[in-house]
Design a protein around this ligand. Sequence first.
Ligand SMILES: Cc1cc2nc3c(=O)[nH]c(=O)nc-3n(C[C@H](O)[C@H](O)[C@H](O)COP(=O)(O)O)c2cc1C
Length: 275
Amino acid sequence: MSAKKAFSDISRTVSGLTSEIRREFSERVSHIGSRVEDLMAEVMAKVEKRFGNEDEHVIFRALPEPAELGMTLSDVLRARATQRTFSDEPLSDQDLSTLLWAADGINRPNGRRTTPSALDWREIDIYVLKANGIWRWVPEKHGLIFCHLDDVRSETILAEPTLHIAPVHLVFVADKAKTDTFLSRLGTKVAAKVRHESWSVEKLEEMRTRSMIIDAGVKVQAVYMAATAMGLSCVARTGFDREKVESLLRLGSEESAVAIATLGYRPNSILDAFR
Ligand SMILES: Cc1cc2nc3c(=O)[nH]c(=O)nc-3n(C[C@H](O)[C@H](O)[C@H](O)COP(=O)(O)O)c2cc1C
């Protein structure tokens, strides 16, 4: 098929879908007010379904406003490095807030984030593993939903003894179901109709997989940069048993654990690393 013919096919298909776009847009506008509460209820229902509600007395923990980071971008870029030694001191809510805001904070009235995502899918969920259990970050509420009391931090570590001391691990989970948006469906419909070799359903699927990994990666880098400005130790990790971590988090079939960022204060003395 010539490029010209493909282009005219695409134009025809897209214009045929215009009324669908208008309808979806007006539905979205009318729902926008109740969206945050709906979303919160949805996340809570999901968490309860997976983890049960045996600890229902602790459900949501609001985090403080993120702190201002004073280091210049040039200095952050000069100083960023992986640090694998930690103090076992728990990370303060203030520092956790600043890290999570850097990774996935809402920085505009339209709900968009401090880090980009393909087609604005916002499909990366962040789970926080601490001594007091598993939590899930809720950017719309700038806080954490409690999931489960177990301390599973060590189970995410393969063969790196110093990481057992770290107080916090952020697990970046790609939820493929969230990539099934109107725009993605439109792209797939066009691809199915046009049947152009550069825009096939298979190629779109491959782009989707690639995008989800990058979307997690940009969050990892944002965490590295914030940690640098805050003087924290940080290690990005893909070295973990993915299936095990997914089972610890009771993830569904459309969700996958892509990366972990391990964080904490720098050790006070060399002995901290061997405690
Ligand atoms: C995608 C990714 C996966 C990584 N996985 C691990 C890991 O499993 N364990 C680990 O100790 N470091 C891991 N690292 C950290 C790298 O080893 C580290 O970034 C690299 O050695 C360069 O050092 P630097 O970050 O100080 O520049 C990972 C880094 C990235 C970006």
